[in-house]
Design a protein around this ligand. Sequence first.
Ligand code: URA
Length: 198
Amino acid sequence: MRELDELDAEIRAHAGCGFEICAGATHIVPGEGSHDADVMFVGEAPGVQEDAQGRPFVGRSGRLLDELLAAAGLARSDVFITNVVKARPPGNRDPRPDEVAHHMPWLERQLTLIAPAVVVTLGRHALAHFAPRRKVTVEHGRPLVANGIRVVPWFHPAAALRNRKLLEALFDDARELPDQLAPPVRSSPSSPRSPSAN
Ligand code: URA
């Protein structure tokens, strides 16, 4: 899709804003995958490998994500994979609210252009963007609707690499995904998605 290709180029060329994470990035990482994906995966931010290669989820977490996709009967080419924040925070620290707000228009445009049936959030930062009152420890694997978007929260693969119980839960949730691409889902009482909500 031409608009997504243009957005990809715009994000990669982004410079001069004065934000530390943008200025310090080797690559700003827009995300990648099918332009008419039914499922969009949204992680937190690029890590070292992603910053070096300019692609999302290509390190250890990415290898686990590939296995999770396979458990869900999906391949990378079927889905779109991106992050809330498109540049690596130094030292892999959490993205700051002003950095999330700075990058949020890009995610919003990706959501509008791809219009996935389901957004799978990876970890609490991504879930916080869509449904700030929800906790991934409670909600993982359970579809909800937040501001008209069907969201399925998952644990972050990096967290699951450190915790066997989370890993098992993540695979259970992945196996459920094919049945979750259609209603029924619960309505979220969460506040509106907006940069300032993060
Ligand atoms: N962790 C994320 O949240 N995103 C990536 O792209 C890689 C690791």
